[in-house]
Ligand binder design. Structure first.
Ligand code: FPP
Length: 241
């Protein structure tokens, strides 16, 4: 595909959905679906940055996902513990910086927090793109913690109420990233599930039926063609048409 002829979103968000159903349809355990999803993400994320995407935010694990069975949660935590570091090393070679968004409180284990810090640390000087991994993440709690930080900065006179504006709010989120341009949720579900609600205000939404482990580079290119066709007006009207 000639990527020069299509519009490339600056910031893409992906809700990685359908790992469980992908596995079930193959008579496999849900855990195999998560493993396949992770492996898919490794190749797909590299491809996405190669097309020119600068920021990729992925919903790896929501705070609510801790309500799943102990077996599934443990499997996912072990998967993250065993694979995050190697992924970070691969992305470092691609000059991609990894950042994490989410809560650091229990039940997230100390060992995993250490790995998260290491991933951020080894890629901190990378400049070609940013992978934002949303882990133990919920958008409402991100907004609440932002409000608390803003309140504190107002009290400490670090900022003035009259200067507070919409752009500044991004600075108080878990990561100071630009708005999302294109949101993909795989598996056909039509929900946002508490994912980056402030950052998604004007995102174009795309809901392919494909389960995440099958959402490959070709599927992403198809998504880019769809994105190119969208007329983004940000609430305005294009009077030239
Ligand atoms: C949703 O599928 C997927 C998850 C809750 C976990 C996804 C995690 C990964 C693919 C690994 C991501 C890794 C990194 C490094 C970001 P589901 O279980 O809800 O599937 P279902 O809806 O078919 O049951």
């Amino acid at each position: 595909m000639d990527y020069k002829k299509i519009k490339i979103p600056h910031h893409v968000g992906i809700i990685l959905d359908g790992n469980g159903r992908w596995a079930k349809e193959r008579g496999m355990k849900r855990s195999s679906g998560h493993e396949a999803g992770f492996d898919n993400l490794v190749g797909l994320s590299k491809h996405m940055f190669n097309t020119g995407v600068k920021i990729l935010s992925v919903y790896a694990f929501s705070t609510e996902n801790f309500k799943r069975s102990k077996e599934e949660v443990n499997f996912l935590m072990n998967l993250f513990e065993n694979k995050f570091k190697k992924y970070a090393e691969e992305l470092k070679k691609e000059n991609i910086k990894i950042v994490f968004s989410g809560g650091r409180e229990k039940p997230v284990k100390e060992k995993l927090l250490k790995i998260i810090d290491e991933c951020e640390n080894i890629t901190k000087d990378c400049t070609r793109g940013i992978l934002n991994i949303c882990f133990n993440y919920g958008s409402h709690s991100e907004i609440v913690q932002a409000i608390k930080k803003i309140h504190k900065d107002l009290e400490d006179n670090k900022i003035k109420e009259k200067d507070l504006n919409e752009d500044m709010v991004y600075h108080y989120m878990f990561q100071d990233l630009e708005p999302i341009d294109f949101l993909i949720r795989t598996s056909g579900e039509l929900r946002l599930s508490n994912f980056m609600l402030y950052q998604l205000s004007y995102a174009e939404l795309y809901f392919p039926k494909t389960y995440f482990p099958d959402f490959n580079n070709k599927e992403f290119d198809k998504a880019l063609i769809e994105y190119t066709k969208r007329d983004r007006r940000f609430g305005g009207i294009d009077y030239s048409k």
